[in-house]
Design a binder for this molecule. Structure first.
Ligand code: BTN
Length: 258
């Protein structure tokens, strides 16, 4: 496998095939910080049991990008979700760096990156230990990007970089993504989540629009006002302001729906 050099803060574990890079990263992280330091970066060419948010499967054939980064930040568990916005911004910038001129990339709450309104990437954040104000033992930031192929039957319409005119290979995506991830992490460290939040919000064309948020057994409709200080979605409904911690967003205006 042709693996690029990553910034030296990362420790690359490159695999041909794996069940799930998140699962592999967790197994490694459980060995402790001496054996698996922060920045351990598990990258695989394919996954046999890739997983998405809310217990869904993640389409994982060869040709796409699958990676999970082990972090050991000194932040309470309640702030950990902020890293999924850091990762989304890094994916956004990588697509902008590698895509054709005029590529239309946007962020979608909570953790997706879209091209022309279709999902091209998802992020799965998992934590070990910690509770609210306590520090987790580690975090795993899992990133999946449709480079060559995408599922035709996904609940939210999908696409790939190849479909959008940018046939990028996984090693090329990896090298550029790692640099952007580091840059956004440094911004988070130096200036805090508020700067990350503003950058993410600026890239989300649904802010100010009417959306539907599905929360398992019920759904809410309202105007997407903003993100709160931890990344929860602030929705203005007819009944008042709702702060949504987890859910799936569907767009009412675009016609792109399940
Ligand atoms: C989503 O549901 O949108 C999140 C998808 C996350 C998929 C990535 S692929 C790499 C990492 N390993 C996994 O099993 N899942 C994440």
């Amino acid at each position: 496998m042709d693996a690029p050099r990553l910034p030296s803060l990362f420790n690359l574990v490159a695999l041909e095939t794996v069940d799930s890079t998140n699962a592999k990263a967790r197994r490694l992280a459980e060995k402790g910080p001496d054996e698996t330091p922060e920045g351990t970066f598990v990258w695989a060419m394919e996954q046999t049991a890739g997983r998405g948010r809310r217990g869904r499967d993640w389409h994982s054939p060869k040709g796409n990008f699958y990676a999970s980064i082990v972090l050991r930040p000194e932040v309470p568990l309640k702030d950990a979700a902020q890293f999924s916005f850091v990762a989304a911004l890094a994916v956004f910038d990588t697509m902008g760096s590698l895509g054709p001129p005029g590529i239309s990339v946007t962020t979608k709450w909570p953790n997706d990156v879209l091209i022309s309104g279709r999902k091209a990437a998802g992020i799965l954040l998992e934590a070990q230990g910690g509770d609210g104000d306590q520090l987790p033992e580690f975090l795993i930031v899992g990133v999946g990007v449709n480079l060559m192929s995408f599922p035709e039957d996904a609940a939210f319409p999908a696409t790939s970089l190849a479909e959008e005119g940018a046939p990028i290979l996984p090693p090329e995506f990896l090298g550029v993504f790692a640099r952007h991830f580091l840059a956004w992490t440094r911004l988070w460290v130096d200036e805090g989540f508020d700067r990350v939040r503003k950058n993410w919000t600026w890239r989300c064309d649904q802010v100010g629009q009417e959306i539907e948020v599905r929360l398992g057994d019920r759904s809410l409709t309202g105007v997407f006002k903003d993100l709160d200080e931890n990344g929860a979605l602030i929705l203005e409904t007819e009944a008042g302001i709702e702060t949504v911690q987890a859910g799936d967003v569907y767009f009412l205006a675009s016609g792109l729906d399940a």
